[in-house]
Structures are given as structure tokens and as C-alpha cells.
Design a protein around this ligand. Structure first.
Ligand SMILES: C[S@@+](CC[C@H](N)C(=O)[O-])C[C@H]1O[C@@H](n2cnc3c(N)ncnc32)[C@H](O)[C@@H]1O
Length: 202
């Protein structure tokens, strides 16, 4: 589901980069460690701050990323070019695509990053299935998500354009990950609103 104008401003503003690096990426690093030299995928990359973090904080060698919104793809390409990251043989590959049909071979990735995307996806279970498909056995899923407790908040709900039906709680998310062969290695949650989670694909 595409973002409304308000959320688009939030996730493409400079403050988002600070939050994503200092809070989200820092917490995921603490929970799961670095990727070190692997090929990683970011789903729903927004303005590309997660791609940058995968490269310089997590030590990924090659990053692939896509977003369902062509405007985001353009913003990410511009942002990463501005930061000098779009050059060389290991330049990130960014494309317009949907998490339901990831344009990648099965077992291609050493890690997948989800920074606040799944809660926008109506069929989030189908998305988990597709994410599992493109991961190598033993690969790591790094995930930061908004839980049902936040989506159901009436004030938040007025500002955001999220699907409202069948949103996940932390136990639901954990159960669906396990069902798809993931082992949750560590997580932290902020009440029933947010979760930072690292899982290994068995
Ligand atoms: C809340 S934003 C997060 C953006 C970025 N990951 C960040 O943390 O700043 C959610 C992003 O997911 C994208 N998105 C939503 N549904 C998607 C889907 N089905 N497939 C791929 N991307 C999707 C949106 O276009 C948006 O860029």
C-alpha cells in the first residue's frame, strides 16, 4: 500500500535517516551483529537510508533493494548517488518492485532487511513466504516493524494510511516466522507498538 503524503514526508526527511541509523540499525546490530561481506536485500527501501546502513554499518558487500513506489526508487537512487555509493562493481541495485514477487532467484541472499514495510502489506504472510524464498539457509532477517497496537491507535490511524484488517501482534509475527522455518534469535519490543527482531532462516 502506498504511503500518504504525511508519512512520505516522515520517511523521506533527514530525521528518518537519523532514527534509522541511530535507533533502528543500532538496535538490530546489537541483536544480530554484522552481515560481513554478504549480498543483502532491502524490501521497501524508501529514500535509501537502509541501503546506506547495510553497506556502512552492517558491512554488506552488495546491496539490492526495491520499492513499490517508483518515486521512492528515484529518491533512493538520487540519495545514494549523492553519497557516492552508486559507483563501482558493488554499486547497489535498486528497482521498482513488489515484495509479493521479488525479482531474485531462490536462496540468493545472505540477509534481508525490513525497515517498517510489512505492516503496509495486506497479505503480510504471503510476503514472509516470498522473503523466505529468496534467503539462503542460515541467512538473517533483520526486521523493524509497527505492531497492531500502533496501527489500531485511533490518533495514529487518522494520520497514516495503513491496512487496518489482520495486522500482526508480536506473537502472531513470531508464529508466522516459525511456520516458514525462521528461528527468532533475538528481539526487543516497545510495548505492543514496535518490534526490532532478528531471525535466522533454517
Ligand atoms: C514506512 S515506509 C519505510 C521506508 C524505509 N524502509 C524506511 O524505513 O524509511 C514503507 C515503504 O514500503 C514501501 N512498500 C509498501 N508496500 C510495498 C510492497 N508491497 N512492496 C514493496 N514496497 C512496498 C512503500 O512504498 C514505502 O517506501
Amino acid at each position: 500500500m502506498l504511503l500518504n503524503a504525511f508519512e512520505k514526508r516522515l520517511v523521506t526527511g533527514s530525521l528518518r535517516r537519523v532514527v534509522q541509523r541511530r535507533l533502528d540499525a543500532a538496535r538490530l546490530l546489537k541483536l544480530g551483529g554484522r552481515v560481513e561481506d554478504g549480498t543483502v536485500l532491502e524490501i521497501g527501501c524508501g529514500r535509501g537510508f537502509g541501503v546506506e546502513a547495510a553497506l556502512d554499518l552492517f558491512g554488506a558487500k552488495q546491496v539490492h533493494a526495491f520499492d513499490d513506489d517508483p518515486q521512492m526508487v528515484g529518491l533512493a537512487q538520487r540519495e545514494l548517488t549523492k553519497r557516492g555509493l552508486m559507483a563501482g562493481v558493488h554499486a547497489p541495485r535498486i528497482w521498482h518492485g513488489n515484495v509479493h514477487e521479488i525479482q531474485a532467484a531462490s536462496g540468493e541472499y545472505d540477509a534481508v532487511f525490513d525497515f517498517q514495510v510489512l505492516h503496509h502489506v495486506t497479505d503480510w504472510r504471503g510476503a514472509l513466504e516470498e522473503i523466505a524464498r529468496v534467503m539462503k539457509p542460515g541467512a538473517t532477517l533483520y526486521l523493524v516493524e509497527s505492531l497492531r497496537g500502533l496501527i489500531d491507535n485511533p490518533v495514529w490511524g487518522r494520520w497514516m494510511n495503513h491496512p487496518k484488517e489482520d495486522r500482526f501482534t508480536l506473537p502472531m509475527l513470531t508464529e508466522e516466522l516459525q511456520r516458514r522455518g525462521f528461528e527468532v534469535q533475538a528481539h526487543r519490543n516497545w510495548g505492543k507498538q514496535f518490534v526490532w527482531l532478528v531471525a535466522a532462516r533454517s
